[in-house]
Design a protein around this ligand. Sequence first.
Ligand code: GDP
Length: 367
Amino acid sequence: SNDVIQCVGCGVEIQTENPAELGYAPKSALEKEKVICQRCFKLKHYNEVQDVSLTDDDFLKILNELGNTDSLIVKVVDIFDFNGSWLPGLHRFVGKNPILLIGNKVDLLPKSVKSNKLIQWMKHEAKELGLKPIDVKLVSASKGIAIQEAVDAIETYRNGKDVFVVGCTNVGKSTFINRIIKEVAGEEDIITTSHFPGTTLDMIEIPLDDGQALIDTPGIINHHQMAHFVDKTDLKVITPKKEIKPRIFQLNEEQTLFFGGLGRFDFLSGGRKSFTCYLANELNIHRTKLENADELYRKHAGEMLQPPKKDEMEGFPELVRHEFSIKEEKMDIVFSGLGWVTINEPGVRVAAHVPKGVQVLLRKSLI
Ligand code: GDP
């Protein structure tokens, strides 16, 4: 029959096509009398949270609800995609609730990067974007670095209230929550779900000592994230997995570096200078002459210059050029979702090219 199959756990409509979306269950699960979605399955059997993405509409509803709560909001961002993983407008919705900003994936930073400089920069950027966090902490959810500090900060700032964890997809929010579950509760079966008015999705609640709860909200897809312009295998190439090894280039004027086919850095003028690239170790950097760069991209994007792969090029946004005149020493050009290039000396003009919609910005070096 054509009857809609619903998950016995959360009631969501079951689908078997897209594992990343709401209601997914493997085809084999349909043979059972009671069908349970993969998300509920993991929750039930492993006390494990799996992120699902939401439509923008549903996310807006959740944001609206957050404003009506009396809580601490924990916002998780990816430090390699700070601007791409930002949730625009959050500050307008949270009302008077304090926001604790968590920068995840600190394990990827080279040793030379000073975490206090990164924290200062995050505070500054947050303020520019209209948000004044009560504090900023850096963690590695996957490596378990500074999780206890984050838990302590949550405990301090929540002041007996509920905690809502928000973040867009890919920032590592589920990994972070799963770490916290282990810290807070060990292996006990402690997670429950509760319904948020007006949304299709239940929130996942982790009880805290004093009867309050830590609540995981679904991740929102931020359409400007570099991560959404490439497929899963390419995402592996551009997402650093290990501590980044800085790659130094001595460039002459009018030389260009391609970062696969995802980004491009032109050294326009300023003599002979050195530039340090902080990108995933697996991402290929190709050097060429500025005068050949446009044609090289036209001919070889998707092949020699990849990711993205050839079959992804059609849906891939065009690269947009942003020019910068660098007047101070040690400045970073940040390619959101890819990494950054440190310009060691002042007095240079450069251009950065990124897919339309992706952010580029200039900041003081973190070294
Ligand atoms: P979510 O969509 O925000 O829930 O993100 P996930 O928890 O699914 O993580 C997204 C990706 O980031 C996965 O490939 C994780 O392995 C990776 N990841 C999560 N936390 C960390 C971290 O602390 N360091 C590194 N290097 N990778 C992480």
